[in-house]
Design a protein. Structure first.
Length: 223
C-alpha cells in the first residue's frame, strides 16, 4: 500500500468489504435459483450438502486450503502480506451464510423465475468482483492460487483462471456423484456464470473508464 494515505487505505478496504458483500449476495441468489452455482462456490455448496458444514464455513476452509497451496507453490517467494487473504476469507464466508439466511424465504414457481434469480446472482457477483479488483488491496485466495501458478509457469492469468474454474467444477461433480450419486451444484447456471461474469466485469470496467475520461474532459473544459 505504498503511496496511499491512511484515508485512501481505509476507503479501499471498505470498498473491498462492499464488493465481498455484493458478491456473497450474488452467490446466495445463485444457490436459491437451483440452476447451479458459480464455479468458485460450487465446491463449498456440494460440501454443505454432504456434511454438517454451512456454505460459508466450507468457503472459509476451501480458501484456507488455497492459501496453503500458494505457500507450497511459491515457498520463499510467498509474500506475508498475502496472509491478508485469511481475514478476507473469513469475512466472505460469514457474508455468504448471512446472505443465504436473508434469502431463505426466496422461492420460484417456474423455470423462468429460476433463470431470473440466477441472472440476478450473476450480475451481483460481477459487480462484487469489479469492486474487489478496483479496491486493489488483496485478492481472494482462489485468484491467489492462479496468480501463484502464473509466477512459476509460463501461462497467462486469463488462461489459468479458466483452468482453475474448470478444475473446481470437476471437483464439485466428483464430490456430488461420489457422495450423493447425482450431480449437485453444477448445472446450466454454472456455465452461464462462468461465461457471463467475466464479460460483465469487462463491460463495467469499460463503462467506468469511459465515464472517468468524460469527467476529466469536463474538468479540463471548466478549468
Amino acid at each position: 500500500m505504498h503511496g496511499y494515505t491512511i484515508k485512501a487505505v481505509i476507503f479501499r478496504y471498505l470498498l473491498l468489504c462492499v464488493g465481498l458483500a455484493i458478491m456473497a449476495l450474488g452467490v446466495a441468489f445463485s444457490i436459491r435459483a437451483s440452476l447451479g452455482t458459480s464455479p468458485i462456490s460450487s465446491v463449498p455448496y456440494v460440501i454443505s450438502l454432504i456434511s454438517p458444514l454451512s456454505v460459508g464455513t466450507a468457503t472459509i476452509l476451501m480458501h484456507c486450503v488455497f492459501i496453503l497451496i500458494q505457500i507450497f507453490i511459491l515457498r520463499r517467494r510467498y509474500e506475508l502480506i498475502q496472509l491478508m487473504q485469511l481475514p478476507v476469507a473469513l469475512i466472505f464466508g460469514f457474508m455468504c451464510d448471512f446472505a443465504l439466511w436473508m434469502l431463505q424465504g426466496v422461492s420460484y414457481g417456474s423455470y423462468l423465475q429460476q433463470w431470473l434469480l440466477c441472472l440476478i446472482g450473476i450480475v451481483l457477483v460481477a459487480i462484487g468482483v469489479f469492486l474487489e479488483v478496483s479496491a486493489d488491496v488483496v485478492v481472494l485466495a482462489g485468484e491467489g492460487v492462479s496468480l501463484a501458478i502464473c509466477k512459476v509457469l509460463p501461462i497467462r492469468f486469463s488462461s489459468m483462471k479458466v483452468i482453475f474454474d474448470v478444475t473446481l467444477v470437476l471437483i464439485a461433480c466428483v464430490l456430488g456423484f461420489g457422495f450423493t450419486g447425482s450431480l449437485q451444484g453444477v448445472r446450466e447456471g454454472t456455465i452461464a456464470a462462468a461465461v457471463l461474469v467475466g464479460m460483465l466485469v469487462r463491460a463495467i470496467s469499460k463503462r467506468k473508464d469511459a465515464l472517468q475520461r468524460r469527467f476529466r474532459k469536463n474538468d479540463g473544459r471548466h478549468g
